[in-house]
Design a protein around this ligand. Structure first.
Ligand code: M6R
Length: 368
């Protein structure tokens, strides 16, 4: 069943191009985005004035990524909430709030309770879920299924990718229903998404240096992850993978926060993974991140730089350079997450841990 791979997670990482393609399939008819099993009509989508994503763990990170896209595309405010915090703080919800509950399993207790709370407050609830007929979609007003296929490894990989894609579809559907985007623009964004299975497949062919790096970092005491814009939630996701699989201290930061505290952590040889934006598409962001890389390198950090193909500006400051296919800004998380998954799995393997079944963790967390 593992298809020749040592772990299910290895196989699931390789299945990510299919997870993206299958999640997109059937959701654009050439004119409009179609949300499946939709019981929210265009009229209802039109009245939405705020989006709140609720989720846990990697699913929460998929919401953080999508916030950049949904706000940009719809001009609606998007909040992203940890499901376990949501209902305890008396969130502001109305009939015109769209709550998007993201869950691979559809059984996560905190997310389910957030759904129940949102419905009591009369918000509209859309589940983004990978498991047919599970509890969260059953209790929601509508559901958009991710089609990642069953995920056995405890660490979320292909499910996370599919969640990002599904959240993006929600953003495009809202933008179109609100009249902020016309069909031709939606068609362009959908084409960008449709090009991602190939970009992720290409990324997967370049991972040997990442595996080698994993072997080198087997005894690291800690690893930091930095990013800006969509690279920030990618950094959080990379750190979560490393914690749960390799039991290593790992933290993700917004690179701009470095000098507000975290830079004090930098010492000789500390590995720091930096998710770098495109120098062509985001020159300002790129130059800010470059100064962050220079700051940490000057203090002895070992810089591991994830960047776009042909980024000669950052290359001299990278102790290890991992270059990925060039993609549109909002698509970068779909390629940049891949090396972080492989790095975590490789370090865990080198440390002799079971990559599919990390200690103390369950695939679905059905207690609060
Ligand atoms: O089934 P869910 O998507 O609701 O699960 C949420 C989290 O428990 C899950 O993403 C967890 O953080 C993963 N093990 C991370 O790899």
């Amino acid at each position: 069943e593992k298809g020749g791979f040592e772990y299910f997670m290895d196989k699931e990482i390789q299945e990510q191009p299919d997870a993206i393609a299958n999640t997109l399939r059937g959701h654009f008819d050439g004119t409009s985005i179609l949300l499946d099993e939709q019981r929210l009509g265009d009229d209802e989508l039109r009245t939405i004035d705020k989006v709140v994503v609720v989720a846990c763990g990697s699913a929460y990170h998929s919401g953080l990524v999508a916030k950049y896209a949904i706000e940009h595309w719809t001009r609606l405010p998007v909040e992203v909430e940890l499901a376990s915090e949501f209902r305890y703080r008396d969130p502001v919800l109305t009939r015109d709030t769209l709550v998007v509950a993201v869950s691979q399993s559809g059984e996560t207790a905190d997310t389910l309770e957030a759904v129940r709370h949102a419905r009591e407050q009369k918000a509209r609830v859309l589940a983004v879920c990978n498991t047919n007929g599970s509890q969260i979609p059953r209790e929601s007003d509508a559901v958009l299924y991710t089609h990642a296929g069953p995920e056995i490894g405890v660490a979320s990989t292909k499910a996370f990718m599919a969640q990002v894609v599904a959240n993006y579809l929600v953003g495009l559907a809202l933008a179109q229903a609100r009249g902020v985007k016309y069909s031709d623009e939606v068609a362009r964004d959908f084409a960008d998404l449709s090009a991602m299975p190939a970009a992720v497949a290409e990324t997967l062919t370049r991972m040997d240096p990442v595996r080698a790096l994993g072997q080198e970092l087997v005894d690291a005491k800690a690893v930091l992850f930095l990013g800006r814009h969509v690279g920030f939630p990618v950094a959080l996701e990379g750190a979560l993978k490393l914690k749960e699989l390799a039991y290593m201290h790992a933290e993700g930061f917004a690179a701009g926060e470095l000098k507000h505290g975290p830079i004090a952590l930098i010492e000789e040889g500390l590995p720091v993974v930096v998710v770098t934006p495109s120098p062509k598409l985001r020159p300002l962001l790129h130059s800010k991140l470059l100064s962050n890389i220079r700051e940490i390198q000057a203090r002895g950090a070992r810089t591991i730089v994830i960047c776009e193909d042909g980024d000669d500006i950052v290359a001299p400051f990278a102790d290890t350079l991992i270059s990925l296919p060039s993609v549109p800004v909002l698509m970068q998380p779909l390629v940049a997450t891949v090396p972080l998954q492989i790095l975590a799995a490789e370090i865990a393997r080198a440390r002799g841990f079971d990559v599919d079944k990390p200690r103390n963790l369950a695939k679905s967390v059905t207690v609060e």
